[in-house]
Structure formats: structure tokens, C-alpha cells
Design a protein around this ligand. Structure first.
Ligand code: NDP
Length: 460
């Protein structure tokens, strides 16, 4: 590789102009897609040195092609509630890029789902999947359906109707969905069942995140949360720090949050607060995870019900205030843009040492700048939360081989993958002149693999 020091002024200008021009084009084309523009901007800012060293990416139009999804599928999802009333939601699947393998990414059921959110998630997923080193492309899907307050039968009817249309576009070598917000094992079961019913067979590898009793991988449920903690532990180690003895705050109390809390506790941390969309709880004695699992995973109750078992804890209905509690490590694991600049200032003022993004894009651009300026260790989502999709890819392998690995085998592979991702981020950051900056390192390392495959596969 040519050294960055050898890059001429002209090459730098060419790279800057290219990034600027493509961003202007994307802004014009997607002017109302706030989250998608936020995600592309964040990546573009990191890639300037790459284009100054690799003009072949410019001549191959990599950025223009990489920011336009292969296709966006939207469809009507009609379903009947328990009273026989018909409802219509909008379903989505964004198949972003398949240069590294079949499209891969979760399905989200949440009222906020729209084209911008689907595109930002599928775009990020492409880089994340590349970072895992596994043969998977990037995609994402979902619907603006709110599972809250729906009966089990209503959820089943919705999931079946959603899959009836989606089944035309997916397949184990084409596009392999998984869960995300509002989509857990139960919903995956209904969708997987409907797919096989429509196709008249049993195609194990068409969905990941399945129940381990019915073709799923052991360790998948825990993978994103555990993986985030493994990644952050690597980052802390570098500075002589660790989870042991640290005070930790985890936002959310869903799949990612629960298992991030579990692993942080196993490594000796005290988790003192967590939340759901209706507020947060603070328990200075340390959150009781058994109660959280009982409330959220097993009974779909609200986080405020924690106080019935633990009256010494406090409940506050403003979930954004969770970041005002002093802590050593903050793991935002709920949703996008949950830490804004104000929250970041509070965390910095309270001497937070590390942030690990378990959710996708949970920190705004301004919040990230604040953390970097104050030298807070920062683990970006596309690297830190890649453990979920990494184990999903393992599920695909096990399904193909028709065998199952033990929980220990999966966990060992997961730890190794998170370590490898950490090292590739560090190496890319160093090679491109920003040593230690994992945000830039993750963007560049994720980009290079996809870009090289795109060059190899020709213009299409
Ligand atoms: P879940 O639906 O299981 O959990 C989401 C949790 O966040 C719920 O507890 C929800 O509360 C809470 N929540 C939602 N909005 C807020 C808010 N504004 N403030 C506080 N809490 C809130 O989703 P997942 O755990 O699967 O996903 C969480 C994040 O992680 C998403 O960004 C997702 O894209 C990302 N991710 C998930 C992966 C996975 O394997 N599941 C893989 C990689 C990334 P309530 O119960 O009230 O709805």
C-alpha cells in the first residue's frame, strides 16, 4: 500500500471533491430521509483518506453505487384484529448490497418504521456484516406495525400476512432475515412457519434467530448483547481498564440490553440502571436481572413493575434522563439517537470512561463529537453490535451442515470474531492516519472489503 504521507495534494483534492459531490447527490435524491443522510454522512467523513490512496474506487463509482440500495421492496400488509376489523400496515425490505453474500439483516416491527429508517439500517448492516468477516451482504426490513397491546393471535396473523408477501423476495441463498425491535423468537417462528407453508417444504436457512429447538443456533439470543460487552472489554483492556468493579448503565430492557447486562455482570460490573420506552429504573444496589427477564422477556410487562419486587429502586418516567446518572460505562442498547449532545455532556461531566453502542446509531453525530473531544473510549455500533449477525451467520452454516454447535462452541467463536473486529478497526484506523479512532477504523475496515468485492464484480 502507498503510504498516506506520499499522497499528493491533487489526490487529496480529488478525494475530497468526490466525497462532497456524491454526498450532495445523495442529499438531493433523498432529501427527506434524515436517518439515512445521518448514517451516510458519518461514513463519508471517514472515507476521504481511502479515496486519496485508492483512486480506483472513484473511477469505479463505488460511493454512488454503495449508497443506492440494490432494491427497496414496499408492500401492503392487511390483517384482521380479534374483532374482525381489517387493518393495513406498510411492509419493507431493503436489499442494500449482496457483493459479499446473500442479503442479511433483521426485521423490525415498530410504528416509527419508514423508508429512511429501513435504508439507514440496511446501509449500516452492509458495513457491519463485512466487518464480521463472514459471507453475508446487507439488508433490513420491517413494518410500521405496533405489536404493543396486540393479542398473540393478532401478532400471528400480522406476521403471516407480512411473510406472505415477503416470501417472494427471500431465500437461503438470496436474502436471510432475522429479528430486531419488536421481532423475537415468537414472531420469527410465525414468519418461518408461513414461509415454509407457502414454499411447501422446510428451508432451515431462510431465517435466523429461530428457536434452538426448531433449527436456531444456541447462543443467538445472547449474541448481540454479549458481543457488545466483549468488544468494549477489548477496548477497555487497551487502557488497563475492565468491566470488573465498574458502574454500568444500559438503556432498554429488550434482547440486546438484557444480554449486555448479563455479560457485564458476569465480568464483575454493577449495572445500576436500565429502561424501556416508558421510563427508567435506578437501583443503586445493582439491577436484579432475574426480575428484568421475568418482566420483559417472559411476561411483556413494564419496567416500572420492577419496583413491586424491589421497592428500594427508583422509577423515572423520562427515559432520556437515564444518562444523568453517574457511571463508568454507558451501553445504549435501545434505539437510534437516544443519546443527544445534552445527554453526552452529562455523561462526560460525570466522568464516563467508555461508551459501547449496542443499539444501531444510538448516539447523534453531536454526541459522538463530544465523546471523541473528551477522549471517552467509543465503540461504534457497526463494530460493537456485530455479534448478533455473526452468530446468525453461524446459524446459516449449521443449517447448511444440518448440525448444531454447543453453546460453548458458539460463544468461543463469537469472542474470537469480536476480537478480530476490534483488531481490524484498530489496524484500519492506524493505516489511515487516525490511530485509536475506532469509529473511523470500523467505517474504513467495513468499507474496504465491500468496495474490493464491488470492483471485482464489475460495474452493475
Ligand atoms: P427489543 O425490541 O428487544 O428491545 C428494545 C428495547 O428498547 C425495549 O426494552 C424498548 O422498550 C426499549 N426502548 C425503545 N425505545 C426506547 C427509548 N426511547 N428509551 C428507552 N428505551 C426504549 O429490540 P432489540 O434489543 O432487538 O434491539 C435494540 C437495538 O439493537 C435496535 O437499535 C436494534 O436495531 C439493535 N440491534 C439488535 C440486534 C439483535 O440481535 N436483536 C442486532 C444488532 C443491533 P419497550 O419494551 O417499551 O418497547
Amino acid at each position: 500500500m502507498t503510504n498516506l504521507n506520499d499522497v499528493t495534494k491533487d489526490a487529496k483534492k480529488l478525494a475530497n471533491d468526490y466525497v462532497h459531490e456524491v454526498y450532495e447527490l445523495i442529499k438531493k435524491r433523498n432529501s427527506d430521509e434524515t436517518e439515512f443522510l445521518q448514517a451516510t454522512r458519518e461514513i463519508f467523513d471517514s472515507l476521504r483518506p481511502v479515496f486519496s490512496l485508492h483512486p480506483e474506487y472513484i473511477s469505479n463509482g463505488i460511493l454512488e453505487r454503495l449508497t443506492e440500495p440494490d432494491r427497496i421492496i414496499t408492500f401492503r400488509v392487511a390483517w384482521e384484529d380479534d374483532q374482525g376489523k381489517v387493518h393495513v400496515n406498510r411492509g419493507y425490505r431493503v436489499q442494500f448490497n449482496s457483493d459479499l453474500g446473500p442479503y442479511k439483516g433483521g426485521i423490525r416491527f415498530h410504528p416509527s418504521v419508514n423508508t429512511s429508517i429501513m435504508k439507514f439500517l440496511a446501509f449500516e448492516q452492509t458495513f457491519k456484516n463485512s466487518l464480521t468477516g463472514q459471507p453475508i451482504g446487507g439488508g433490513k426490513g420491517g413494518a410500521d406495525f405496533d405489536p404493543k397491546g396486540k393479542s398473540e393471535r393478532e401478532i400471528m396473523r400480522f406476521a403471516q400476512s407480512f411473510m406472505t408477501e415477503l416470501s417472494k423476495y427471500i431465500g437461503s441463498d438470496v436474502d436471510v432475515p432475522a429479528g430486531d425491535i419488536g421481532v423475537g423468537r415468537r414472531e420469527i417462528g410465525y414468519m418461518f412457519g408461513q414461509y415454509n407453508r407457502l414454499k411447501g417444504g422446510y428451508e432451515a436457512g431462510v431465517f435466523t434467530g429461530k428457536d434452538p429447538n426448531h433449527g436456531g443456533s444456541l447462543g443467538r439470543k445472547e449474541a448481540t448483547g454479549y458481543g457488545t460487552v466483549y468488544f468494549v472489554e477489548e477496548m477497555l483492556k487497551e487502557k488497563g481498564l475492565s468491566f470488573a468493579g465498574s458502574k454500568v448503565i444500559v438503556s432498554g430492557s429488550g434482547n440486546v440490553s438484557t444480554y449486555a447486562m448479563e455479560k457485564a455482570m458476569q465480568l464483575g460490573a454493577k449495572v445500576i440502571a436500565c429502561s424501556d420506552s416508558s421510563g427508567y429504573i435506578y437501583d443503586e444496589n445493582g439491577i436484579n436481572l432475574k426480575t428484568i427477564k421475568y418482566l420483559k422477556e417472559e411476561n411483556n410487562l413494564r419496567i416500572r413493575d420492577y419496583l413491586k419486587e424491589h421497592p428500594e429502586a427508583e422509577f423515572n418516567e423520562d427515559c432520556s434522563k437515564i444518562w444523568s446518572i453517574p457511571c463508568d460505562i454507558a451501553l445504549p442498547c435501545a434505539t437510534q439517537n437516544e443519546i443527544d449532545e445534552k445527554a453526552a455532556r452529562l455523561l462526560v461531566a460525570n466522568s464516563v470512561k467508555a461508551i459501547g453502542e449496542g443499539a444501531n446509531m444510538p448516539c447523534t453525530k453531536e454526541a459522538v463529537v463530544r465523546f471523541v473531544e473528551n477522549e471517552v473510549l467509543f465503540a461504534p455500533a457497526k463494530a460493537a453490535n456485530a455479534g448478533g449477525v455473526a452468530v446468525s451467520a453461524m446459524e446459516m452454516s449449521q443449517n447448511s451442515m444440518r448440525l448444531s454447535w454447543t453453546e460453548e462452541e458458539v460463544d468461543e467463536k463469537l469472542q474470537q470474531i469480536m476480537k478480530n473486529i476490534y483488531i481490524s478497526c484498530l489496524n484500519a484506523a492506524r493505516d489511515y492516519g487516525r490511530p485509536g479512532n475506532l469509529i473511523i477504523g470500523a467505517n474504513i475496515a467495513g468499507f474496504l472489503k465491500v468496495a474490493n468485492a464491488m470492483v471485482a464484480h464489475g460495474v452493475r
